[in-house]
Design a binder for this molecule. Structure first.
Ligand code: UDX
Ligand code: UDX
Length: 456
């Protein structure tokens, strides 16, 4: 049976969650405090964010069973379930630095408490600290009217969507994790009905604390797996081994698996850093210092890789002032325009601050370059261009930072003809075939593959 769903927050998580729930047949209204965003979703394209498959789903359901509004009280009062998808950024200073900033979740919980009518399932979709449900319940119990008490059912149903494949991930999930309070049969049944389009074995019911923690654990596993192969890559650079071969060999062990073993300049994005920092905070909160240090080391190594990569470029070019460097990629990964914690930002900042002239090209995120560097003293060193050909024209080096498909089969002969000599390719994602680069007359460095010099 179709449920009346309210999704609060229309970022990557909320907009995909809303559109996919509409695709499952539910009656969905997405709410956001940002009116401009809502207007774009209600009237676009263009939409406020780029995610493959999302525009198609929105166009298919909008005006039928998918709506967009800023009227939070109005829509809460008509809904049976609310998905909380507002931002939970890292708290950057003061008390509890490193943990999630819960300001928005707190304020949304108060609105839900004030405007709900009857039984209401409240789904934590945003990644939240352990035992957030307790905090939300406390708000419900103290803010809602006496007749409404006991009618709230807090559920943890974390998102595992990876940007760029979020719609596909949501429609073909590895698992749908549903954490509920003991004996909350209403919530369990409700969530089973909500997701009844999926085979029942995909739905994993757990206690609510396990579900909250599983999201953090999931991202901790994925991010440290990448960091492990990057640590091995550093050793490859020193020893002559090739990390892509090591990675292949390791990944063929079924127990390890071949995914998330691509070495390079490390992970970015809005989730891994934030979630690992929150996990470290949590461990320290419980005095688990040795465990906290384990994740802290992995976290710090990930960010060190960005600096190392720039040092490598500096070392190879001898000096950076007045050198022209073409940077291919600005998004934190391909198939998205999201630049949050993108390694490209740190890399471009370091290059430009050293005096290099940086030309940036990205198929989707180029327009965000100005937003990031607009007021920086070195901003005049950074230029956004439309094509790889334009970026490499007269350049001393080409630096690959995002593994877009467009950058995977470049015509290095044509590129070398446009670049200065000796020209360099710094492959931060190991997407080039080194032999094709060097045969074109360019020197090559890949992370964990070492330097291969051109013969010509
Ligand atoms: C974010 C986090 O990054 C993720 O870890 C968390 O699990 C869910 O929220 P994302 O969807 O990418 O994911 O975030 P963001 O693009 O910041 O979207 C959040 C939306 O919530 C924004 O559109 C913001 O305007 C909206 N919002 C925020 C509200 O509608 N009300 C608020 O009170 C606060
Ligand atoms: C991640 C999780 O995958 C998702 O389940 C969670 O809900 C949100 O966080 P996302 O951040 O969108 O998703 O992207 P992901 O594909 O995990 O990539 C994260 C970063 O790791 C990117 O910067 C990517 O380039 C990098 N990465 C990924 C590597 O460096 N090597 C790899 O092998 C894989």
């Amino acid at each position: 049976m179709a449920k009346r769903v309210c999704v609060i927050g229309t970022g990557y998580v909320g907009s995909v969650t809303g559109a996919v729930l509409a695709e499952l047949g539910h009656q969905v209204t997405c709410v956001d405090s940002n009116n401009e965003k809502i207007q774009q979703f209600a009237n676009g394209p263009p939409f406020p964010l780029s995610e493959p498959g999302l525009p198609e789903l929105i166009m298919k359901h909008r005006g039928k069973n998918l709506f967009f509004t800023t009227d939070l009280p109005g829509i809460i009062s008509k809904s049976e379930v609310v998905f909380v998808c507002v931002s939970t950024p890292t708290k950057m200073e003061g008390i509890a630095t490193g943990s999630f900033d819960m300001t928005y979740v707190d304020s949304v919980a108060r609105s839900i408490a004030a405007h709900s009518r009857g039984d209401m399932v409240v789904v934590e979709k945003s990644t939240v600290p352990l035992r957030t449900a307790e905090r939300i319940e406390e708000i419900f119990n103290s803010v809602s009217s006496p007749s409404q008490r006991g009618k709230f059912h807090v559920v943890s149903n974390p998102e595992f969507l990876a940007e760029g494949t979020a719609v596909k991930d949501a429609l073909q999930p590895d698992r749908i994790l549903v954490g509920t309070r003991p004996n909350d049969e209403y919530a369990r049944k409700f969530m089973n009905e909500l997701y009844s389009s999926f085979p029942s074995e995909v739905i994993l019911h757990t206690m609510i604390w396990s579900s909250e923690l599983a999201k953090l654990a999931n991202n901790a596993f994925l991010s440290t797996k990448i960091t492990q192969i990057n640590a091995i890559a550093s050793l490859c650079d020193c020893s002559g081994a090739d990390v892509t071969e090591v990675s292949k060999a390791v990944g063929m062990d079924n127990r390890i698996g071949n995914k998330f073993l691509a070495a390079g300049i490390g992970w970015g994005g809005s989730c891994f850093g934030k979630d690992v920092r929150a996990l470290i905070y949590l461990l320290r909160h419980f005095n688990l210092e040795a465990e906290a240090r384990f994740y802290q080391a992995a976290h710090d190594l990930n960010y060190l890789l960005r600096e190392r990569f720039v040092r490598r470029i500096h070392e190879s070019l001898y000096s950076l002032p007045n050198k022209t460097v073409a940077v291919l990629g600005f998004a934190f990964k391909p198939n998205t325009d999201d630049i949050r914690d993108s390694p490209a930002i740190d890399i471009i900042s370091m290059l430009a601050a050293e005096g290099a002239n940086v030309r940036v090209v990205d198929p989707e995120a180029g327009h965000k370059v100005k937003q990031v560097y607009g007021d920086k003293p070195f901003a005049y060193n950074i230029l956004v261009v439309e094509s790889v050909a334009e970026a490499v024209d007269g350049a001393d080096a080409m630096v690959l930072v995002t593994d877009w498909d467009e950058f995977k089969n470049l015509d290095f002969k044509a590129i070398a003809a446009k670049m200065k000599k000796p020209g360099w390719v710094f492959d931060g994602r190991n997407i080039c075939t080194p032999s094709k680069v060097v045969v074109s007359g360019l020197n090559y460095y890949g992370v964990g593959r070492g330097v291969i010099r051109t013969q010509s």
